[in-house]
Design a protein around this ligand. Sequence first.
Ligand code: ATP
Ligand code: MG
Length: 200
Amino acid sequence: MARIGVMGGTFDPVHHGHLVAASEVASRFELDEVVFVPTGEPWQKPERAVTPAEHRYLMTVIATASNPRFTVSRVDIDRAGPTYTIDTLRDLRTQRDPGDDFYFITGADALAQILSWKDADELFALAHFVGVTRPGHHLSGDGLPVGRVSLLEVPALAISSTDCRARVRGGDPVWYLVPDGVVQYIAKHALYAGSDMLEA
Ligand code: ATP
Ligand code: MG
């Protein structure tokens, strides 16, 4: 029986805030593995053009490659339609041993939204949720099922993918905000060069 962390995200691009959160939860919860799961079409972000999944997947592979406990799953990008965490957890569970324990890792901002997610009740049956601190957001488990959610303070990194994209667009560096290989991947493919807002 394994203890498996699941780190879902758009990862557009993946940054050190994601990696520190995953590493810290892995350590505190003695996880055997953390699976990073880049979203397919994120239903919460319909107003902007999200970078094609294949780029977000490859950046996540590059960022996690050196950590023996980190892996990346294609379940969400290979499933058609919008990504719902309930489907992510159901699919991952079918691929793993039935006795495995799942720990879904989420930042304070995402945790606050969780009750609005599809099939919220069943989510807590499929995984234990670990909410982590994030600068600029209040971490609270209010309204969430007692015993199925843990809150954890992690080293504060005031980094967001939105800010990374804006920096690239404005010609500012993202060195040390994202892994070196991701900086190089962004440059190689000229990602985040233009506006990402969809035309109205
Ligand atoms: P965007 O600005 O595009 O929304 P993001 O930086 O919020 O990007 P996501 O891919 O949306 O990154 O987030 C994936 C998960 O990682 C979410 O649960 C989010 O709360 C968490 N997370 C993101 N950045 C941090 C951070 N700096 N510290 C802690 N958790 C974070
Ligand atoms: Mg976000």
